[in-house]
Design a protein around this ligand. Sequence first.
Ligand code: B12
Ligand code: SF4
Length: 493
Amino acid sequence: MNIVAVYSDKVFQSHEKPMANQQVIPFGITFVATVLKKAGHNVQTLFISPATDIPQAIRQMVEEKKPRMILFTAVTSQYPVIVQAAREVRKIDPSIYNTLGGHHASLAPQDCIAEEAFDSVCVTEGEAAALEMARMLESGQRPTGIENLWIRRADGSIEKNPMARLNEDLDSLPFIDRDLWAPWMMDPGTILPIIISRGCPYRCTYCTNHAMSKLAEGRYLRFRSFENILAEMKEVLERWPTVTQIYFEAETFGANLKYALNFLARLKEFNATRERPIEWGFNLNVTKKTMNNQQLWFAMQEAGVGYVNVGLESGSERVRKDVLRRPEHSNEDIIQFCDNARQHGVDVCFSVLIGIPGETLEDYNETVDVVRRSDPAHCYPYILFPYPGTDMHETAKKMGLLDHAIDNTAERSRAVLDLPGFSKWRIQWEFIMFHWKTRKGSWSLIKRMVYTAKNGVKVFPNLFSEVLHIGRTNSLARFFYRRLSNAPDASSV
Ligand code: B12
Ligand code: SF4
């Protein structure tokens, strides 16, 4: 059966090849598409960006690929785009079966199934549900009685099926089929991500994990075995021998320290067999288990870990503990963590939230101070966006911050909440001025200016994408950008 998987994003690299590299492959829908392909279906993809003429792209896709079923996925901010695409499909051929999955669908299924352009909505994991849907459609039946699915019946009523247990054996899943996105990708052979786990043991209020963990029975935090990951690594490196970096996607690598230490020892062995060692990257939380753990730092150095992504989120200990429910640590711990990383040759890349409900300008100034004192190699500021289904969304609602519709066109770079102690305009200003303030004394004036201008442009994602497009297609612009900012790549956002 012909099936098309549709994914959208607010940023594009160039009009012809909107996806930068494998780092932006959406794992969720790709797992679903891969199991369908392995079951013998003809699965193709469509990527939608702000440069896409949606009616025209959908018409062309329907005419050329003749799908019987379309898989849609969306984060909250992309949902309106995906709805528009699904409605276009309906207009052209109402017999095509539209199904939606992903985090927004899982956490707001009642809203999504109310949208008539979708025939069904998948809550949490979708591999088994999609296989069953495709089997029924292929045999001429209307999908019904499938676990994890909310299905619109012919009479318009909604069938809410029970939830399946989470898949606790991640090794049972196939390796994602990365070639599915090849037609849209600019640079598949430089850096690639490998997903090594699902779930997270923490319950941060602004993240979807605490909400997702309540939806289905079964162990929420699951890891793949190293053997299984190694087999995927070998396969992808054979396919793209030019790859120099592998990013292991796990919510937090240090969640299971025994697993992490064994993993690093195996990576060291792996790199020892290679002429050109691979640089590794992970997500890592600052916790009592990780921050001063010399065994862990030494193991990372030996394995060739180049960088770790760390969620600082706020420099206010009160905001971290009482508002964000972050794993507990002090600001001094973070500074020590960064020192440890430097000593072991590991770059730290912070992410920081600005405009958190309950945050004041004074709290935010503490963030600036902690970033300055920690001096991480990279630091990305994001403006908080409250996702439906999360505790943070409830807090924002109770504070009366969501009484108006919120703008989702520039998620995380455009201020959406007007806080009592931190106005919307001030949040926006601080986002733009982030590098200017935090890198005073550590970066050159010109580099601070380039990064400040870059954050200013990010407030307008279409403009930002057009700048990326010029940077990608014009070698002079690319040269100057690199010289001025000392940035690894124009695509790094
Ligand atoms: C890797 C990752 C990325 C990658 C890949 C993007 C992607 N869409 O996968 C990158 C770096 C590009 C990225 C970017 C962004 N991300 Co992100 N990302 C993640 C992360 C850490 C892992 C996602 C993942 O692979 N999970 C594992 C897979 C297997 O699970 P899954 O995605 O849930 O998929 C399963 C089911 O949902 C379902 N399913 C999914 N799609 C479909 C479709 C159909 C038809 C069916 C039947 C089933 C189905 O089946 C899948 C397999 O079982 C999650 C956090 C998390 N807990 O998952 C955040 C997360 C998904 N990201 C998030 C956000 C907000 C973003 C950005 C908007 C950030 C930004 N401002 O730039 C962008 C949006 C990109 C986009 N256009 O979607 C939020 C979404 C919250 C929300 N409710 O909207 C999350 C949940 C993190 C958070 N803060 O809570 N992200
Ligand atoms: S540690 Fe990270 S992934 Fe885990 S719940 Fe907190 S924000 Fe989400």
